[in-house]
Design a protein around this ligand. Structure first.
Ligand SMILES: [Zn+2]
Length: 309
């Protein structure tokens, strides 16, 4: 099976002093991931996502503003900055997610390790450190370029994936699943948010109380998420692989271990295999403790690189 780790140094120029969403996150995550020989063997540069791929999710006017050349950093909201280096990084972060989808559809495994993250971004607004909706863009690419019909997004970032939910709210072809601390930023993601009138049940939110740890999290994952994804019968699964549900993360209060993330990868791989779907495409979202990023990245890569589940 061919494996690929996708990143690009352009993300270093997406930076704002003192902000937790910082370049060191990628170095830490990659240092864990690249300890797995299979994933180290093919580390490739994230391509620029084509403009047409971005426009499947975002308004052209939004793209013109957010991707414009700018001499200095601006703040779209108190959390979200757009620096001079942001446009290149953001378009390559979307390109990394697209490349990860391309790789798994071709029969491989792939981890997209780029930033800024994407799952809070809305079609017309940056939000929550996110500038482009990387995974939503990659899902639309899979449908348009590969003829994939049904796609499931499984988001285990500690924060609700509100942007992904918003993009696919009324689309029955995409199951948007999010497990997240509740109540917590951004405030959405209640269990009764189940999809729009044209897509009832194609959104699944699993809100979790602060303090939820390895055993309780996996129990909910196996009782609620895996059966729902199996019943949806996706042809492709994309994981919004945030690591901020880790017990050491400063932006969340869940208590997952390094090993939890490896087990989640094994569970999703097993499900994909049972469905006859490609391997899941893993796309980094949040995660703000550098040691946790490295150690959990290593667990993820070990679980993902192992040929036997
Ligand atoms: Zn997060």
């Amino acid at each position: 099976v061919s494996a690929v780790t996708i990143s690009h140094p352009s993300h270093i120029r997406h930076a704002s002093p003192g902000h937790p969403e910082r370049p060191e996150r990628i170095a830490a995550f990659l240092s864990g991931v690249l300890g797995e020989p299979l994933l180290a063997a093919r580390a490739t540069e994230a391509p620029l996502a084509p403009r047409a791929a971005l426009e499947r999710v975002h308004d052209a006017g939004y793209l013109d503003i957010v991707l414009a050349e700018r001499p200095e950093t601006v703040h779209a909201d108190p959390d979200t900055y757009i620096a001079p280096g942001t446009p290149d990084a953001a378009v390559r972060a979307a390109g990394a997610a697209i490349a990860a989808v391309d790789a798994v559809v071709a029969g491989g495994i792939a981890i997209a390790a780029m930033r800024p993250p994407g799952h809070h971004c809305l079609p017309q607004r940056p939000m929550g450190f996110c500038v482009l909706a990387n995974i939503a863009i990659a899902v639309r690419h899979a449908q348009a370029a590969h003829g994939v019909g049904r796609v499931a997004v499984v988001d285990w970032d500690v924060h609700h994936g509100n942007g992904t939910q918003a993009v696919f709210w009324d689309d029955p072809s995409v199951l948007a699943v999010s497990l997240h601390q509740w109540p917590h930023y951004p405030g959405t993601g209640a269990a009764d948010e189940r999809g729009g009138p044209g897509a009832a049940g194609a959104t699944l939110n699993v809100p979790l109380p602060a303090g939820t740890g390895h055993d309780a999290y996996l129990a909910r994952f196996r009782a609620e998420v895996l059966p729902a994804v199996a019943a949806f019968r996706p042809e492709l699964v994309v994981v919004a692989c945030g690591l901020d549900a880790h017990r050491d993360d400063p932006l969340g209060d869940l208590e997952l271990e390094d090993a939890t993330f490896g087990q989640l990868v094994r569970d999703v791989r097993g499900l994909c295999r049972a469905l006859g779907a490609p391997e899941p495409a893993l796309v980094l979202e949040g995660g703000y403790d550098l040691h946790a990023l490295e150690a959990s990245g290593a667990e993820i890569a070990r679980a993902y690189g192992a040929s036997v589940i």
